[in-house]
Write a protein that binds this ligand. Structure first.
Ligand code: ADP
Ligand code: MG
Length: 676
């Protein structure tokens, strides 16, 4: 009954509420108009009819046609959510989050309520959730708790063309459950046209094609190969900005570091040009970009300005950014490669495939004619690039999925229904590793240790490290280490103008040459002692955001410890106990110092080095265990801890024999390296 004229009696809250609602309503209406303009919209009814008539449907449509954002909504509107949730899987976490945010806006609901997302260590869903965007890896994990996926009425395996390891395993599992759950609808959606393969695999499922709108794209190659593609990409961006008509630019780079470098150089150069040129908005997007910055790439470009999006492969098909008219394609991406003989995995900057190059070019012709600048020659394109990217299952370590499949009771892995089988050697290697970690017994059956390990959404070596901490009574410490390792290499902050200060602050945690794992533990514990102070992080050149993430992950690991009935105990003073737990998981990653200061891995001899960022880089202990190998200019071990060689025989007697760890061996070794 309050009226605006009543002065004191005005119920501001109510007014604000009404205002919010009307704003939300008009935003909702505006979005509805946009939804109706998407290429998929005219096919809505036909699509729903096809889903109704067939249990499995393969859906093909150009990137940006509306598959990911619209199909789950259409199915919801048609009533499918009355029988259960709709799952839509994405190979990348950023895509899952960003698409869920968009769909929640389109539906006018709060993110995490009716529309939510689930990615590793972050569950943004609730009791209300009916549309669940999730990484393919998370849906895979859900099989462990619910082998028939009974809470779902529809599973949409989206971005199927990406053929990630998890997607490939999902194919086998959903195909299997669809046989005894006739009520479950299965949609396999893909951006590329080779959908026949999906259809064949799913017992000749029908293919539903969404005709895309596509404008011509002019393709330009360089005349000669570029020596420095990053520099070439920056120069090309600036040239486009200065000489070409309006339209945003999308640059494909290989990873966060490269993107940050490019961002810095671009900022520097445009500042140098001052007001002579129009504003250039620089928008990075990569997997670890903080959520609050992710939305920026979707904001419309202000009149007169131009946007340049610096993206990883994520913008190839997972995310569609409107307004892109120019694409710069240096022709590379970061790709996992795996050597099943040595069990070594590394991320390498690799030339993309022809299929990728076409997808990238296509990003420029979505809303009008576009231009693509390939920073390689036409000869390169035709003669050097593979036609398609090799599916991940054929170039990765399989230990994780083998452990998961074993936990699901799938024993005969050689006869699992793979769309493209992994190399038998890689399967054997995974079985071998799991046996060495005591997750499997001699018969290949899951052990109690293995069952516990499978509860953790981590690599088997990390899970084993955690499970082993029970024995050394340091589970509290070990989950802190595991959480810090899981955050990645973004704990320490090293601003260009304060590198010396930052390095000193970092070295504080390495007092006593404790090694990188214990240093990470010290960082975590010190932060905890300050009651999680932000100020403390600033003073110590530590990234608050990463620490908060570590705390979140740690909380979840603590919950999982409870689930596998491992008591939470701390024993920070027993450094050897903590190191032994680490060794229990990472003993396959041991290395011994050589006379020339390099290291040689013990089991499959290979020359490696301690990464310069390690606290032990100057110390060079005789024996070390490392977290991972990264190949840059050399093969580097990252996150290194010293160990005593007899621990290897004590902890992994089935893996190491005394002769492997005899210290004298290094003296007998011929000088020079490289028989490996
Ligand atoms: P597809 O899955 O077929 O590639 P999408 O459903 O992802 O297509 O995209 C449809 C439209 O929704 C695109 O025009 C895209 O720009 C828009 N869109 C998707 N995600 C977002 C977001 N997070 N913010 C703004 N717009 C988005
Ligand atoms: Mg999509």
């Amino acid at each position: 009954k309050a009226s605006v004229m009543d002065g004191d009696n005005v119920d501001y809250e109510e007014m604000e509420d009404a205002l919010e609602k009307s704003k939300a309503k008009s935003a909702f209406e505006a979005l509805l108009e946009e939804r109706k303009k998407l290429p998929i919209y005219p096919y809505r009814d036909e699509l729903l009819k096809a889903v109704d008539e067939h249990q499995v449907l393969v859906i093909v449509g150009e990137t940006g046609s509306g598959k990911t954002t619209q199909i789950p909504q259409y199915l919801h509107e048609a009533g499918y959510t009355k029988r259960g949730m709709i799952a839509c899987t994405q190979p990348r976490r950023v895509a899952a989050m960003s698409v869920a945010a968009r769909v929640s806006q389109e539906m006018g609901v709060k993110l995490g309520h009716e529309v939510g997302y689930s990615i590793r260590f972050e569950d943004c869903t609730s009791e209300k959730t009916i549309l669940k965007y999730m990484t393919d890896g998370m849906l895979l994990r859900e099989f462990l708790g619910e082998p028939d996926l009974a809470s779902y009425s529809v599973v949409m395996v989206d971005e199927a063309h990406e053929r990630t390891l998890s997607t490939d395993i999902l194919f086998g599992l959903v195909k299997d459950i669809s046989r005894f759950r006739p009520d479950l609808k299965l949609l396999i959606s893909s951006a590329t046209l080779d959908a026949e393969k999906f259809s064949d695999y799913f017992d000749s499922a029908p293919i539903f094609k969404i005709p895309g709108r596509r404008y011509p794209v002019e393709i330009n190659f360089t005349k000669a190969p570029e020596a420095d593609y990053l520099d070439a990409a920056i120069v090309t961006s600036l040239q486009i900005h200065v000489t070409q008509p309006p339209g945003d630019i999308l640059v494909f780079l290989t990873g966060q570091e490269e993107i940050e470098t490019a961002e810095e150089i671009l900022k520097h150069r445009t500042r140098g040009l001052g007001t002579k040129i129009a504003e250039l908005m620089i928008c990075p997007i990569y997997a670890n970009l903080p959520t609050e910055l992710q939305a920026k790439i979707f904001e419309p470009t202000p009149e007169g300005a131009r946007k340049v999006v610096l993206a990883t492969n994520i913008a190839e098909t997972s995310l569609t950014i409107d307004g892109i008219k120019y694409v710069i394609d240096p022709g590379f991406c970061k790709m996992k490669s795996y050597n099943p003989r040595t069990g070594m995995e590394s991320l390498l900057i690799t030339p993309i495939s022809k299929a990728s190059a076409m997808q990238r070019a296509g990003r420029s012709g979505r809303t009008g004619p576009g231009k693509c600048f390939r920073l390689y020659t036409a000869y390169n394109f035709h003669n050097d690039l593979d036609d398609n990217t090799v599916p991940e299952i054929q170039r990765t370590n399989l230990a994780n999925v083998v452990l998961m499949l074993k936990s699901l009771g799938i024993h005969d892995l050689l006869h699992f229904d793979f769309m493209d089988p992994p190399p038998a050697e890689a399967l054997l290697k995974a079985l071998e590793l799991l046996f060495a970690l005591s997750a499997l017994n001699k018969l290949g059956e899951l052990t109690k240790v293995g069952r516990r390990m499978a509860e953790f959404p981590l690599d088997p070596m990390l899970s084993k490290m955690i499970v082993a901490s029970e024995k050394y009574k340091c589970s509290e410490d070990i989950i802190s280490v595991a959480a810090m390792l899981s955050v990645g290499n973004s704990i320490f902050y090293r601003p260009k103008d304060k590198q010396v200060h930052a390095d000193n602050a970092r070295l504080n945690f390495h007092t006593g040459n404790v090694g990188d794992h214990i240093a990470l533990l010290k960082v975590y514990n010190s932060w905890k002692e300050t009651n999680y102070s932000t100020q403390w992080c600033y003073e110590n050149y530590i990234q608050v955001r990463s620490m908060k993430r570590a705390r979140d992950i740690r909380d979840q690991l603590a919950g999982l410890l409870e689930r596998v009935e491992i008591e939470l105990t701390s024993n920070s003073s027993d450094v050897d106990g903590i190191k032994k737990s680490i060794t229990s998981g990472f003993f396959p990653h041991s290395a011994r110092l050589q006379k020339n200061g390099s290291y040689r891995t013990v089991k499959h001899p290979q020359t490696v080095h301690i990464h310069p960022s390690s606290g032990l880089a100057q110390v060079l202990p005789r024996w070390v265990v490392y977290h991972e190998l990264v190949l840059t200019t050399k093969e580097y071990m990252r996150q290194v801890t010293e160990l005593k060689p007899d621990w290897l025989v004590e902890i992994a007697p089935h893996y190491y024999q005394l002769k492997d760890v005899e210290d004298s061996v290094s003296k007998k070794m011929p000088r020079g390296e490289g028989r490996a």
